[in-house]
Ligand binder design. Structure first.
Ligand code: 26W
Length: 837
């Protein structure tokens, strides 16, 4: 899947072998895998089918690359430490339009596609929002025929598997490659060397030019594995290139020759450690050396790859490099790219600093995904100096020149120098990676309108004053292929029967559903689809939580990483409030609800883990209380992941998006729920604001303090008096503090109780509680008016057009990358004609 255009050899097999899917499936099953009918396990069938589909992807990928090589188009590289891809099979079958053929071929094995698909492990190479966004973006880039390559790490172990024991989260390693990964093709001949450690020497050449050389390094090999990314019914297949770390050969040999076999093996392990495991932190950086090694490993290998491709075509002439290349940095994680591109150009390709800086700052673009200060990456200078000495020098040089600019703008202002310096002073000086990214990029974007405004007015305000033109917004989106067409096939058919099928690739068209929101027949069908989707979720919850959900009840869902700012705690406090009402017999007119909560806590995040325990304990008490059964059921779904979401979002009635205003950069789960006709209960935070604007306030349950209110409340926040003044909240606290949910585990929830009662509680949980309960009672009332709820549900889907990642990517492409969509695509038919000619 290399994008190097090699001349096609006469003896290369023709695509005629791809004419009959049935034959190909059998061939792979019987010959490639060497199985017979008695071994028709779903795992082998899955592999045979995946290889069958992969053949078709490889063919299209080749033509895509050949086309682009001919046209010499500008390319974007999306560089990300995370790609949360989930499963590939169903998505590829949808995008290649092979559903009917596949179903027919599987008939002879007497299995359903769904069973075969279930044999696939999720590619969980990401934590949450940021990683899944990268995956949605790849789908959109391919579907819009844009030349974009994803670059990431092929982690041997992805996001940990979560199980629940006695209410607590237990983490297990995710050995996702164990049963093989049929989607990747390795290209070891294109491996890159990445340097670590060593020191820097200098020499002056005959022309009197000074050179810095990074010597005595310990090199690691980056071996590429390419994963095909099919566009939706457009014959385009892009590439996600994932790097695996390996020891170099001489590495082992040197040690070995010195008689130290075990040292040689240890070094090999050290090299292979780099791509061993994904760090499961999604909101706080922890300064671990291995993480920095991962970041540099990905960045260096990817930039070398792009430069090698450039040189293969243009030689050492970089004049037009920035006309043909652009790099999108997914948060600061790969932001060392700024310094690495400088190193490659200045040291390896002997370019003058100023020229190299011009190229760097016209090719790098940075996306920020979080406002939480604890998530802003800083690396200690001593660590950098040891691990990447040459890069530290380059960062110092960038900083010196940048601070010169600052001095020109604000003469004599040493506070400004200190404030903006890439190096934070202190006992151990730290490199501010976000500042490096801003200084080195021509574009800095946030991921929702509010988020971008907060970056400009807060976190990056002084940079905004310096370079207002760099700052721009790109509101997130999600792919309607996976998040509607694939995961909700019945709704897909219903929608298509009424408005045609164009919406799948042109999601703006979804707005024509509006015409039917009051149409009785359409509503009835809409209801039937939701009902059958709820049945599937009932099965999932039964199987994984041993809790009985009932499709007649309101399905109230909050699934996302567990974090205090996302306020799963507020949700469970409301659940306790409902439970108290039930116990008091206040059930007249109560709307029966099933509350589902799911998500992983970072393994070192104590409070998040406590919250999981509280949810589980509350669920247990409520579910075994017969009084509650008709009104309230609660489940914590273990191991929430991409595949689980594919069953969850089509079945949800109420989407919980209840973060403290100003904290959630965008959210993307909110968009998946909306597309599938759930109604949002939410704060004015992240993209919720834009969802509310699109669907209108009558079709959204708004509550809570605004960002501005929160700022002013903080100064004299008194949660204890708020609790005392709220009948509902004081009853909730009384019940928790009585130990009702931890009868045999005294004091385990003290930390949670204290956190809510603390005047410095950053999440203002107590403050928003009453407002949240009010909004929830509006929800309950609204759900009882079935017709009205259906109208709202339909209008949510119909108003979700903006939240397609196709729209987001079109904006990245037009406003940042300046790419051209492939002008002409060779269809399979034309290809065959050409071959026959
Ligand atoms: C260094 C540790 C670390 C790791 C990951 C810090 C921060 C992160 C990410 C930035 C966390 C993340 O996933 N952010 C989410 O990005 C989504 C996509 O833009 C947004 O929708 C979410 O609101 C944001 O929390």
């Amino acid at each position: 899947m290399s994008n190097k255009s090699t001349k096609i050899h006469k003896s290369e097999p023709k695509n005629t072998l791809l004419t009959d899917l049935n034959d190909d499936l059998n061939r792979h099953f019987y010959y490639t895998l060497g199985r017979d009918k008695t071994e028709g396990s779903r795992l082998y069938l899955y592999h045979a089918l995946a290889l069958t589909i992969r053949d078709r992807l490889v063919a299209k990928c080749r033509t895509t690359n050949e086309q682009r090589a001919k046209q010499k188009t500008k390319k974007a590289a999306y560089i990300s430490l995370e790609f949360l891809m989930g499963r590939a099979l169903g998505n590829a079958i949808l995008n290649l339009d092979l559903e009917q053929e596949v179903n027919k071929a599987l008939k002879q094995y007497s299995v359903e596609l769904e069973n075969v698909s279930n044999a696939e492990h999720d590619a969980g190479l990401g934590n949450g929002g940021l990683g899944r966004l990268a995956a949605c973006f790849l789908d959109s880039c391919a579907s819009l025929s844009l030349p974009v390559v994803g670059y990431g790490i092929r982690y041997e172990y992805g996001m940990f598997n979560q199980s629940i024991q006695n209410g607590y989260q237990i983490e297990q390693p995710d050995n996702w490659l164990r049963e093989g990964h049929p989607w990747e093709l390795s290209a070891p001949e294109q491996s890159k060397r990445v340097k670590f450690f060593g020191h820097v020497e200098s020499y002056t050449d005959k022309a009197g030019r000074n050179h810095r050389v990074w010597v005595n390094t310990q090199d690691v090999l980056a071996v590429p594995y390419d994963v095909p990314i099919p566009g939706y019914k457009n014959d385009v297949v892009n590439t996600l290139r994932l790097w695996k770390s390996e020891a170099t050969d001489e590495f082992n040999l040197r040690e070995f020759n010195e008689g130290s076999y075990s040292d040689a093996v240890a070094q090999k392990n050290l090299a292979e450690q780099i791509s061993m495991v994904l760090y499961p932190n999604d909101s706080s950086e922890n300064g671990k050396e291995l993480r920095l090694r991962q970041q540099y490993f990905l960045t260096s290998a990817s930039l070398q790859d792009i430069i090698d491709n450039w040189i293969a075509e243009h030689g050492e002439n970089f004049e037009e490099f920035s006309d043909f290349n652009v790099f999108q940095l997914n948060d600061t994680h790969p932001s060392i790219a700024v310094a690495e591109l400088m190193r490659l150009l200045v040291d390896d390709h002997e370019m003058e600093w100023d020229k190299a800086w011009e190229i760097t700052t016209s090719t790098m673009a940075y996306t920020n995904h979080t406002l939480l200060p604890e998530a802003l990456e800083r690396w200690s200078v001593p660590l950098f100096e040891r691990l990447l000495p040459r890069l530290l020098e380059i960062i110092y040089e960038i900083n010196a020149r940048f601070l010169g600019e600052v001095a020109t703008k604000w003469p004599g202002d040493s506070d400004k120098q200190r404030e903006l310096s890439l190096i934070e002073e202190g006992d151990v000086p730290q490199i501010r990676m976000a500042y490096l990214a801003i200084v080195g990029s021509f574009s800095v974007n946030g991921v929702a309108a509010l988020h971008t405004e907060l970056l400009k007015s807060g976190l990056f305000n002084t940079f905004y004053k310096l370079w207002p033109e760099k700052f721009n917004n790109k509101t997130n989106g999600v792919t309607p292929r996976r998040w509607l067409a694939h995961c909700n096939p019945n709704l897909k058919s219903l929608i298509s029967n009424y408005i045609g099928t164009k919406w799948v690739s042109n999601f703006d068209n979804i707005k024509s559903l509006r015409r039917f929101y009051d149409d009785k027949e359409f509503q009835d069908k809409w209801y039937a689809v939701k009902k059958s989707n709820k049945e599937q979720l009932v099965d999932l919850v039964k199987q994984h939580c041993d809790v009985e959900f009932d499709t007649n009840m309101l399905f109230d869902v909050q699934v996302k990483r567990i974090h205090e700012y996302k306020r799963q705690l507020l949700n469970i406090l409301h659940v306790i409030h409902l439970y108290i009402q039930i116990c008091k017999g206040n059930t007249e007119n109560m709307t029966p609800r099933c509350v589902l909560i799911g998500g992983k806590a970072a393994p070192g995040y104590h409070m998040a883990k406590q919250i999981i325990k509280l949810i589980n304990n509350v669920a247990e008490v409520i579910n075994k209380d017969d009084r509650a059964k008709p009104y309230l059921r609660v489940a914590f779904l273990p191991n929430y992941n991409v595949t689980a979401m594919e069953t969850i979002c089509p079945a949800t009635d109420l989407s919980e998006q209840i973060s403290t205003a100003g904290k959630e950069a965008s959210g993307t789960g909110n968009m998946k729920f909306m597309m599938n006709g759930a109604i949002t209960i939410g704060t004015l935070d992240g993209a919720n604001i834009e969802i509310l604007e699109s669907v209108g306030k009558d079709n959204f349950f708004l509550f809570g303090a605004t960002t501005e209110e929160i700022h002013s409340i903080r100064n004299n926040y008194d949660p204890i008096s708020i609790i005392n003044n709220s009948e509902n909240l004081s009853a909730v606290f009384k019940l928790i503090e009585s130990g009702h949910f931890n009868l045999f585990e005294p004091h385990i929830f003290d930390d949670i109780i204290n956190a809510v009662k603390c005047p410095s509680d950053p999440w203002l949980t107590a403050y928003d509680f009453d407002s949240y309960c009010d909004a929830q009672s509006l929800v309950s009332n609204a759900y009882q008016d079935k017709k009205q709820w259906l109208r709202m549900s339909i209008l949510n889907t119909a108003s979700s057009g903006k939240f397609s990642s196709d729209r987001t990517i079109a904006q990245y492409s037009d406003e940042i990358w300046q790419l051209k969509s492939d002008a002409k695509k060779i269809t399979d038919k034309e290809k065959l004609e050409k071959q026959h000619a």
